[in-house]
Write a protein that binds this ligand. Structure first.
Ligand code: ADP
Length: 496
């Protein structure tokens, strides 16, 4: 793959030109000749040469002039001067103008070959050095690029990263770690980790990963509580950085993940499970109590009494069923976020139908129903089944918590970008201190008026979930013994 080395001989004496050509061609070089500097320069411009042999004294353009131009074109070409006046001055002059060496006339073929070969070897070494330097520069550039890429990645991570060397000094970190651990923003590399991090638990985990026993495992994961002002729970994973080739430990990388929110959710879930089991137990143990009394004959032999007990057991079973249905609905809503089927809906029909369906429940109280809902309403982007559930819950509450000869008023009308639906009643109302809790799961106001009203305390929490999943809001106003008004605001679908 070695290309043939090309030499240009520039001399006005034909004998020398041709002599050089013969000798050098015999050495395996490709040789061109020119009779003066100008002709030689033309060739240099159109051809690649490794070495030029040039006479100093020539007509049209002399050797010194030509060398100056050649250097501008390609500074790596080796130039060797032939001179008839081999004085120190001419040699110095030639070297100053970029010549590598000179050959005094007359010269033997061996003289010429020795100087040329040396020049060619020098050129080879120079080019090699140049290539190596270029390669090194390229490598440095790549490393710098890699480094800045790595920094960009680490800096944009949501998880905190700390890299610690074998001397327990912090050598790399990212903004997320600074934020999580509330560290000084002006951290210096190389400081002892124990000086920088105040949290003893974190230091303990890092030290554990450094200990000789840690060689049995490659990483340690632990949960750590950061006290106030951070007040966070962090999942720390410390891994040993091991050199693949030597097997030596180079240091540690600690990643910190903020799991505060997950912990809160976990706590809420446990609370919810505890609440549900508690709520399920009450009706089941009541039913069990009635059945035991019935089977053991503890209730006596009065058939009237038996009937009353069975009636109560049935009521409790019904409320248990109600609770299970609400729970099912509740968990469906939780899981539904991904499959909710929203479509442009005119909810006027849904509201009116729901009132019609539920009217029967108000019969015993002789309730009056006022419905002020136009035949058509602006469209809202909503899930039909959830809308039915939403108004069923609100209207049945307005019936359930109403008084004899009371009123239930349902209205709907657009207001700017929202559709406002009001479900109002003239019922028992809610005390101001209970109002903030009514949307909580399982919350039921406990007062003499609600004592005999069955319910699960899940209806309004379901309502709130539905409204929020439709980007709306719900407000409540209530006056005890006067009545309650719920206002649902749903965003109107904007025309494209
Ligand atoms: P429940 O199954 O008990 O009806 P909800 O979540 O629907 O559960 O309601 C929570 C509590 O809020 C009810 O127990 C009741 O005390 C109160 N509440 C709800 N709606 C009304 C209303 N229209 N009037 C008076 N109190 C109400």
């Amino acid at each position: 793959m070695d290309e043939q080395i090309r030499i240009l001989v520039v001399d006005d004496e034909k004998g020398i030109r041709e002599g050089c050509r013969r000798i050098l061609a015999g050495e395996g070089y490709a040789v061109d000749v020119a009779e003066n500097g100008k002709a030689g320069l033309e060739l240099v411009k159109s051809q690649h040469y490794d070495l030029i042999v040039v006479d100093l004294m020539m007509p049209v353009m002399g050797g010194i002039d030509m060398m100056g131009h050649v250097r501008d074109i390609d500074p790596d070409i080796i130039m060797i001067v032939i001179t008839g006046f081999a004085t120190i001055e001419t040699a110095v002059e030639a070297i100053k103008h970029g010549a590598y060496d000179y050959i005094p006339k007359p010269f033997t073929p061996d003289n010429l070959i020795a100087v040329i070969n040396r020049g060619i070897e020098t050129r080879r070494l120079r080019l090699q050095t140049k290539r190596l330097m270029e390669e090194r520069d390229q490598k440095l550039l790549e490393i710098a690029n890699e480094k800045s890429k790595m920094h960009a990645i680490i800096n944009s991570m949501a998880d905190g990263v700390l890299v610690i060397n074998r001397e327990s000094q912090l050598v790399l970190w990212n903004p997320a770690a600074i934020r999580m651990l509330n560290l000084n923003e002006q951290l210096e590399s190389g400081r002892q980790i124990s000086e920088i991090i105040q949290n003893e638990d974190l230091i303990r985990v890092i030290k554990k990963a450094c200990s000789p026993e840690a060689s049995n495992y490659t990483s340690i994961t632990e949960e750590i509580d950061l006290p106030a002002p951070e007040s966070k729970t962090i999942m720390v994973n410390v891994s040993v950085i091991r050199d693949d080739e030597s097997g030596q430990d180079l240091g540690l990388v600690a990643t910190l993940r903020d799991i505060t929110r997950l912990k809160e959710l976990d706590k809420l879930k446990s609370q919810f499970v505890a609440m549900v089991t508690h709520e399920l137990r009450a009706p089941v143990s009541a039913i069990e109590g009635y059945l035991t009394a019935f089977l053991t004959g503890a209730a006596g032999s009065d058939p009237q009494m038996y009937r009353q007990m069975m009636e109560r057991a049935r009521q409790r079973a019904r409320s248990l069923l109600e609770l299970i249905n609400d729970l099912l609905q509740f968990s469906k809503l939780e899981a539904k976020s991904a499959v909710r089927k929203k479509e442009p809906l005119d909810i006027s029909g849904i509201i009116k139908n729901t009132v019609e369906l539920l009217k029967g429940q108000g019969e015993s109280k002789d309730l009056m129903f006022e419905v002020d809902v136009p035949d058509s309403l602006p469209l809202v982007e909503a899930d039909r089944t959830e809308m039915e559930q939403l108004f069923t819950n609100l209207i049945s509450n307005a019936i359930k918590y109403n008084v004899k000869n009371g009123k239930v008023m349902v209205s709907a009308k657009p207001n700017k970008h929202f559709l406002n639906i009001k479900v109002a009643d003239t019922g028992i109302g809610i005390e101001a201190d209970c109002l903030p809790c009514i949307f909580d799961e399982f919350y039921r106001v406990s007062c003499p008026e609600t004592r005999y009203t069955t319910g699960t305390g899940l209806g309004l929490s379901i309502v709130k979930k539905i409204v929020e999943s439709h980007f709306g809001r719900i407000d409540v106003e209530s006056t005890p013994k006067k009545g309650t008004t719920f206002t649902v605001k749903l965003p109107i679908k904007q025309k494209k």
